[in-house]
Design a protein around this ligand. Sequence first.
Ligand code: ATP
Ligand code: MG
Length: 305
Amino acid sequence: MSSPFRNAPPDSMVTEAIEAGRGARRRSRFIVVGSGKGGTGKTFLAANLAIQWSLWGKRVVLVDADLGLANLHVVLGLDPDAHMMTLLQSRRSRNGQGRELLVPGPAGVQLLPGGSGVEHLASLNRSELRRLVQRLEPCLDDFDVVVVDLSAGISKSTLLFLSAAPEILLVSNPDPSAILDAYAVIKVLSHSSIQERRVHLIMNRVRDVVAANHAGSRLLATTEKHLQQQVKMLGLVPEDDAVAISMARRQPFLLDRPNSPAAEAIRSVARRLLSSDGADARASTTAFFARSAELLAPRRRAPGR
Ligand SMILES: Nc1ncnc2c1ncn2[C@@H]1O[C@H](COP(=O)(O)OP(=O)(O)OP(=O)(O)O)[C@@H](O)[C@H]1O
Ligand SMILES: [Mg+2]
């Protein structure tokens, strides 16, 4: 019997998508990985999807925007000695500044580290966020895919990335509290001035496929009915004991256990995302930076004050 986690388009579609991307004027895809509840598997999935795309020949950068509590480097087995605070603190913004912060990782993925245990990064004010985002832009223009790993919940910086994101990968677990928190995130986003965005759902750490599909379908139906936001189900990733084994060995999971059930499911999700229409300008990195500039524009004082 075929696995319920393996219902992806064939490899030929992936190849076509990659070829189409090469032919067209290069436009990088900007994907933000978020969740309501913490610990649903955002960092794990961001890292492994990035590795898979890189193995397929895409130039991929991972941005660790779990600012202050960043841990993507751990999942990738890296030990960076600088992070985004450097970007924020440098006096002048030069074109390309910050690229030296990029750390080469497994399978050719590049990492922009977010800073671990850096309290200040976790509570940036509006003008600091504006400066950070402005300085981020030139670091990311050499890539086909930008993957941003966020913290859970709706801190100021997380909300900015989610609100400006043209494409969101929402990671949930099948339990009711994770589903409720995923709904809450979409609800908060539905109040933002930027309405047009693609939201994909991944159900991670699935033990019961039927129950997870049921929970996912209900979430999709409810968001469409009450929040007028279409959410696409991208796939299920099973709970897999091999994940903890790779983590303990500090090996990137997809490279360490490529034939495990979770690795197969991640490949399937990676294919689907790549095959969905990525050449669309609205899903591009340029769109993200235009939207975030709009959201972070300095507030004008009312005349006469
Ligand atoms: N499919 C899976 N099977 C088994 N373990 C998993 C799976 N996905 C993630 N995990 C494990 O679950 C834990 C939480 O994952 P991860 O750190 O990626 O979550 P997160 O959403 O990024 O958390 P946070 O909100 O704190 O940033 C990790 O120990 C990770 O290895
Ligand atoms: Mg995380």
